[in-house]
Design a protein around this ligand. Structure first.
Ligand code: SF4
Length: 383
């Protein structure tokens, strides 16, 4: 590591710790967030990422399906512009036929993952999702099902009067493969009180993921940032994710999610409509994640939320994975994301190559399926 490229003394001290294989503390993580030496931070994160993943940047060809926007927390998640009450204008719940019709894009054989999340709908319980997963697996047996956030799993458990464990077992039997990472928001109780008052507590989000990992169901994790959280809240959130990963090793990737203030109550309350997170903060979120979460292999940038341009730069700030070729995305576009709803394979390849990196298509468990440059052998990225 060439610490001559780092000007901030706190970062130089951390560079020494990283070179010695020492773990960063929560105090270190705060200093990382506070630094004004953005290029030094990027250099440290890029160095750590290259040691883990080389120059390979992965993506998956996935399709988002949002089967219901009906949600019992419609009025208390103030940052959400997607949810509706059952009889409200714009409320919808797909029938099984509608889900299959939307999934039909996968008939082209390129889609390898369904990413399925939606609202906490009292009419969408265990049977609704079991029938959906069984039908999808029957028609598209090659497509991985990454579905239902920890919040949705806990909701199904509550309305069915079942344990998280039994819900997960029943859904796995129907075809569930892994869990997405949504619903984490920021774990701080004070933040949750303000932006998601009735949502599953942070400790319970961790509890659902721990249960999934114990059952052998891998999962992803996120943090929603750029709303009312403090830097201390961010660090505490990362510490909880790192703690569970130490216990189980079940997380596949960490994905910071940028808050969009348009078309939601929180944005109106904060007077922030028409603004979005800033590029420097977006880059710090991935870089600090890469450096503090030393037990994570993968850090992902979600271009739908931060733009493809920012995601491309993030490939030099510790990111080794980007959202792939998404077919239809409703949730972030409901709160004002102005990005395209999907990218073609050529666009994804151009974005990665443009950053001087080597693209590789992966499956949902991060195994490399296809490479595009001769120097990347299949299997080059560890799972
Ligand atoms: S964020 Fe999720 S739980 Fe909250 S209102 Fe929106 S859909 Fe419902």
């Amino acid at each position: 590591m060439d610490l001559g490229r780092v000007s901030d003394t706190a970062l130089r001290r951390m560079g020494g710790k990283l070179a010695a294989g020492e773990r960063l503390t929560t105090h270190d993580a705060l200093d990382l967030y506070r630094t004004s030496d953005l290029s030094g931070l990027g250099y440290l994160a890029d160095t750590v990422n290259r040691a883990k993943n080389g120059d390979v940047v992965t993506f998956a060809a996935n399709q988002h399906i949002n089967p219901t926007n009906v949600c019992v927390l419609r009025t208390t998640c103030t940052f959400c512009g997607y949810a509706r009450l059952p009889k409200e204008a714009g409320a919808y719940r797909y029938t099984l036929d509608q889900v299959l019709a939307e999934a039909a894009h996968a008939a082209d054989g390129l889609t390898r993952e369904f990413h399925i999340v939606g609202g906490l709908d009292m009419q969408a319980g265990l049977e609704y999702y079991q029938a959906m997963f069984r039908a999808l697996k029957s028609q598209f047996p090659h497509v991985h099902i990454k579905a239902l956030t920890a919040v949705e799993i806990a909701h199904i458990a509550r309305i069915e009067k079942m344990t998280w464990r039994d819900v997960l077992i029943a859904l796995r039997e129907a075809g569930l493969d892994t869990l997405p990472g949504g619903g984490a928001e920021t774990f701080s109780a004070a933040v949750r009180e303000q932006i998601a008052g009735k949502k599953l507590a942070g400790a319970d989000y961790i509890g659902v993921h721990r249960t999934a990992h114990e059952l052998g169901i891998r999962s992803n994790c996120t943090m929603l940032y750029g709303h009312v959280e403090t830097l201390e809240d961010r660090v505490a959130h990362l510490a909880m994710l790192r703690g569970l990963q130490d216990e189980t090793g079940g997380f596949l990737a960490y994905i910071p999610l940028a808050y969009h203030p348009d078309d939601n109550e929180l944005g109106r309350q904060l007077g922030r409509q028409g603004t979005s997170t800033q590029g420097v903060d977006d880059l710090k979120m991935v870089a600090v994640g890469r450096l503090f979460l030393d037990n994570f292999q993968h850090v992902k940038s979600h271009w739908i939320m931060v733009t493809p341009f920012l995601s491309q730069i993030a490939l030099h700030y510790g990111v080794n994975d980007i959202e792939g070729t998404v077919v239809r995305e409703k949730i972030y576009h409901a709160v004002g994301a102005h990005t395209p709803q999907g990218m073609t394979l050529d666009q994804v390849l151009a974005l990665i190559r443009g950053a001087g990196k080597q693209p590789a298509e992966r499956d949902s468990l991060y195994r490399i399926l296809r490479t595009f440059d001769a120097s990347v052998p299949p299997g080059a990225v560890p799972v």
